[in-house]
Design a protein around this ligand. Structure first.
Ligand SMILES: Cc1cc2nc3c(=O)[nH]c(=O)nc-3n(C[C@H](O)[C@H](O)[C@H](O)COP(=O)(O)O)c2cc1C
Length: 200
């Protein structure tokens, strides 16, 4: 039995390919680990603010010295961090938006990246503190980036792998529903990716 966190970041509701793909990944995880629980959160629906100067400053104040106003300013960040630590397996929906992730997913990253909480500094540099997690990324894109001419612009998978790895989430598998706007590819893109899902 695992605690699964399914983070979505699509603005396309029921039509979203990354959500459909993420749902299939969750289903396969539940097949493998019967009784697993799932917490779902669409980051695009919860209005995570851009990281601002007040919040950033507050991140560095020791918890026992925070005023009630400061506590309130990082309440969302604290909740997102708590939800992340509580999960065993994290499924992240990552639609491609203008060559990168949706800004809601980036805002989530900015709010869960906390010195002394999700990463620290060791003798040899930064150390990720969010360890022992398995991450599956459910990507969706109009174009094809895993091969061919689009590969030069394949920024999202390497970025998520590098950054989540920095926080300690080094065990990451990416599934891509890609070519969703490419005739001849789009017709079977999602099904093909769903068929390729392997849960390790
Ligand atoms: C504002 C916007 C920007 C997009 N930018 C890209 C892009 O840069 N590259 C690409 O391949 N597809 C792009 N797309 C297509 C989406 O990646 C595609 O529709 C995908 O299915 C979105 O994921 P979702 O269905 O989970 O919302 C864009 C779509 C929108 C709405």
């Amino acid at each position: 039995m695992k605690r699964i966190l399914h983070l979505k970041s699509s603005i396309q509701g029921a039509a979203s390919y990354s959500i459909k793909l993420g749902n299939h990944i969750v289903e396969k995880i539940r097949d493998k680990y019967p009784g697993s629980t799932v917490e779902e959160l669409n980051l695009a629906d919860i209005e995570i603010p851009h990281l601002n100067a007040d919040v950033l400053r507050t991140f560095f104040i020791p918890a026992d010295q925070l005023t009630s106003e400061e506590k309130e300013s990082i309440r969302l960040s604290d909740e997102l961090v708590k939800t992340l630590f509580a999960a065993d397996i994290i499924v992240i929906g990552a639609p491609l938006i203008n060559f990168t992730i949706h800004s809601a997913l980036k805002a989530w990253i900015d709010h869960i990246t906390r010195a002394g909480i999700t990463f620290g500094y060791g003798a040899n540099g930064p150390i990720g503190l969010v360890t022992g997690k398995k991450v599956y990324v459910a990507m969706s894109s109009g174009g094809v980036y895993s091969e061919g001419p689009g590969k030069a612009n394949d920024f999202v998978a390497p970025y998520l792998k590098a950054f989540l790895g920095f926080l300690g989430m080094t065990d990451l598998t990416v599934f891509r529903a890609e070519g969703l706007k490419v005739p001849g590819v789009k017709e079977h893109a999602l099904e093909r990716t769903i068929d390729s899902i392997m849960i390790d």
